[in-house]
Design a protein around this ligand. Structure first.
Ligand code: PAF
Length: 286
């Protein structure tokens, strides 16, 4: 596996392959790779000839009081996982290489970024949109894979690619879960053993909301109240948002008439947990 640090070398490699008709697949990451990333890499491997994984803890998507300094870093393990999964190139740029002196352009996707994560983490999505645009510019991939776990991020990237005609196929893969249902996340390492047990409550609450819709409930407030009641059964959890939204625009729905996405974020001590659940249209009552 090739390891590349320089954006210019990255672009040269990718352009050469694409000129030869090789399909380039891309999995962008911030490292601390887990089985969720492994599943993305495996899915990418099946779809492309040359596979690139980037490992870059992007400072611009962290707020001033967030966990940038302590974000888990595990480069040796990450490289091992990439080798095991047949990744061709690991792109590991430095902060200086990504944001050299004089850097000033910021990409924003205002409507999709306005609510939910965007409200709790005001600069987060402009950081994500900017770094993803830069990575796509450096790599020129044919396709890029994202996890559904970060549903709002995936929706934002789709919008961005369409709006800016970036010509990258965006593939969104299902969330990979622990046995009890907890969504895999690099930040799960912050959970104490006691918190780890409680953490699955968010998933179960979303599941309960989805089940109510599946059984025919169309009343959004009732679904939100049900999910909130479930979360509040664990006094250590604080709800940040639990919402029933349009799966494309992420705007809140007033009633569930067709497909919906349930989005949730809770705080457990200093750890934020995110999850979501895609629900098909409710069954029509006869
Ligand atoms: O999902 C992530 O790990 C990051 O937000 C991404 C897409 C790699 C951009 O830094």
């Amino acid at each position: 596996m090739k390891i590349v640090h320089s954006p210019q070398a990255m672009t040269a490699w990718s352009l050469r392959l694409r000129r030869e008709g090789v399909t380039v697949g891309f999995v962008p990451t911030m490292g601390a790779l887990h089985d969720g990333h492994r599943a993305l890499i495996r899915a990418a491997r099946l779809r492309c000839d040359a596979l690139v994984v980037s490992i870059f803890v992007n400072p611009t998507q962290f707020g001033p009081t967030e966990d940038l300094a302590k974000y888990p870093r595990a480069l040796a393990n990450d490289r091992r996982l990439c080798r095991e999964e047949g990744v061709d190139l690991c792109f590991e740029p430095s902060v200086q290489a990504m944001y050299p002196d004089g850097f000033q352009t910021v990409v924003t996707v205002p409507a999709i970024a306005r609510r939910w994560e965007g409200e709790v983490r005001p600069r987060h999505f402009s950081g994500v949109a900017t770094v993803v645009t830069k990575l796509f510019g450096m790599l020129r991939p044919d396709l890029a894979l994202f996890g559904r776990k970060d549903y709002q991020q995936a929706a934002l990237v789709r919008r961005l690619v369409e709006d800016l005609n970036l010509g990258v196929e965006i593939v969104v893969r299902p969330t990979v879960r622990e046995k009890d249902g907890l969504a895999m996340s690099s930040r799960n390492v912050y959970l104490s053993p006691e918190q780890r047990i409680i953490a699955v409550t968010l998933y179960r609450s979303l599941q309960a909301g989805a089940e109510a819709i599946r059984k025919g409930t169309t009343d959004v407030e009732a679904v939100q109240a049900l999910m909130a009641t479930r979360v509040r059964q664990e006094p250590d959890l604080t709800v940040e948002y639990l919402a029933v939204c349009d799966p494309i625009t992420l705007e809140p729905l007033s009633s569930v008439a067709s497909h919906a996405i349930l989005l949730g974020a809770v705080r457990l001590g200093s750890v934020r947990l995110l999850d979501n659940f895609v629900v098909p249209a409710p069954r029509k009552r006869k």
